[in-house]
Every structure is written in C-alpha cells, then in structure tokens.
Write a protein that binds this ligand. Structure first.
Ligand SMILES: O=C(O)CCCC[C@@H]1SC[C@@H]2NC(=O)N[C@@H]21
Length: 277
C-alpha cells in the first residue's frame, strides 16, 4: 500500500513502526479514495503510526454507520480518518462521543453554533453536517489492535447539491456563515480539538467529556425513537449515563440504557442510500 504524504508518493509504510504520535504528526493526503476509513485500516495493518491522519479530496465509496453510505463532494466536504492505537483500549464506545464534542468545539471556534444529536451526529439547526464512524481492526485472536476514527464534515455543499433523499435532512457549515468557507480552514481546528479532547479523556476519564456532551446535546429532554439492529424503543431521552449510554425513559416509566443505535423518529438516518442514489 502506498500513500501520498503532503501530495508526494512515498514508499510502503514499515510494518514495524508502531510508535505513539500526536494526531496530525503524519498527515497523508490522497486525491481520491474509496473510503478513508478503509484505506487507513490497511495502512494501520501495514504499520502506520498512532495519530496518522488520512485526508481525501474525494471519496467515492464513503462508509456511514450501520452499513449506510456517506455522501461527499470534492472540495466541499472534509473526509478525514485518524488512526488511534492507544485510546481505544480504554473504551472504544466512548470514543465517538469524544469526537463529537471535539468537532462541535472546532466548529464553534469558527463562530458556528451546532448541537450534538445522540450519539455523535453534529447538527446545524435540525440538519446533519457531520457524521462520525469509528472502526476497529482486530488481531486474528480478536484483540483490538487499533481504531480508525473517521469523520465526514459538509463544509460548503449547496442545499441543491445533496441527493434528493438527503436534501431535507443534511446541511453544510457554509449555510451558517453566509460567506465562502474552505475545507482547509476547518481541518486544523478539527484536528487540534480532537487531539485536545482525546488528551482530556486519557488524563481525566470520560466525566469531562460527558459534561461537555450534555451541554451541547439537542437530544436530552426530547421524545425520541431509538433504533439499533435488533429493535426500536421510544421514550424521553432523560440523561447521558456516566459510561456514555443514553438513558431512555419509556411510557411505563422504565429506564433503558442504550449503548448504540440511531435516533430515527420515523425518518431514515442521514447517509442511508435513497431511491436513485
Ligand atoms: O453515518 C455516519 O454518520 C458516519 C459517517 C462517517 C463518514 C466518514 S467520511 C471519512 C470516513 N471515511 C469513511 O468511509 N467514512 C468516514
């Protein structure tokens, strides 16, 4: 596997090189790729270091949650994946909430107010502007070797340029700025916020992350329908538990701790291929 480093083709990565790095110490850029997550998993198996970032100018087979696809447009979306060898061993499930808080903060630094929809979608108003997907690579013995954390951020996609199935539910950051916004101006704040929040999580545990998540949540206090692969539950989202689970109170007053899934409220989650896509 070869990669472009700062637009330069380099030799295959050395399989023995596993040292810990800071996020962004190594930044790989590629003009077009099927999926940055898939490619970085390959690079990780070949020995790419902790903190390696892979950025694609264009992604033609972007992966979303739950086997859905992820829509992006060349030069108008950020498609970024980050290789993590250390943090995931602590708690893989919390990582995507850490990432959601980080991206929320990065976007806020640009003066754009968004909210977090459980577990990790970033919304501008009620439109999704960012999705996060963490995928683990396991050894033949089943031990997690590393995690690839990917995020897709719609930076300047015009409303009419989304596929019809996404037009009412997806948005982009530029709809809040009303001035041109470039992907590169958003990338640095995202990587540095990600670095900062992962460091907070590693040093202080999940509590400060959960506290920030709750502050920025647009889910808590709302009636929601939550679906995972097996079932759907409806009720009120009452709180985020200390371990990152969503606590849902059903109509009989019972509380359910939900660790994974999507809030669907009758609509297909953003990213699901629609008719004609
Ligand atoms: O369904 C979601 O909300 C998650 C979408 C994640 C998309 C990003 S884009 C960069 C990275 N590479 C992928 O193939 N997917 C993630």
């Amino acid at each position: 596997m070869h990669a472009l480093v700062h637009d330069r083709l380099v030799a295959p990565l050395d399989a023995g090189d596993h040292t810990d790095g800071r996020i962004g110490d190594t930044v790989l850029r590629i003009p077009v790729v099927e999926s940055t997550n898939a490619m970085l998993i390959e690079l990780g198996r070949g020995g790419a270091t902790d903190g390696t970032v892979l950025i694609a100018a264009d992604q033609v087979g972007g992966r979303g949650k739950g086997e859905r696809s992820w829509f992006s447009r060349r030069g108008e979306s950020l498609c970024v994946s980050v290789l993590l060898r250390r943090s995931p061993r602590r708690d893989f499930g919390q990582l995507t909430l850490v990432a959601a808080v980080a991206i929320h903060d990065a976007v806020a630094r640009l003066g754009i107010e968004t909210s977090i929809k459980w577990p990790n979608d970033i919304l501008l108003g009620d439109r999704k502007v960012c999705g996060i997907l963490a995928e683990a690579a396991a050894s033949p013995e089943g031990e997690i070797e590393f995690v690839v954390l990917g995020f897709g951020l719609n930076v300047s996609i015009a409303a009419d340029d989304f596929p019809p199935a996404l037009r009412d539910i997806a948005g982009s950051l530029q709809q809040a700025t009303h001035r041109p916004l470039g992907c590169d101006s958003v990338l640095d704040p995202c990587l540095s916020a990600l670095s900062d929040w992962i460091a907070v999580w590693e040093e202080h545990g999940f509590a400060p992350v959960a506290e920030a998540w709750r502050r920025h949540s647009s889910t808590l206090g709302r009636r929601v329908v939550v679906a995972d692969e097996r079932e759907q539950r409806s009720g009120t989202a009452v709180r985020l538990a200390a371990d990152g689970a969503l606590v849902l109170r059903d109509d009989a007053g019972r509380e359910h701790h939900i660790h994974s899934g999507d809030i669907c409220n009758g609509r297909a989650p953003v990213g699901r291929p629609g008719p004609g896509e």
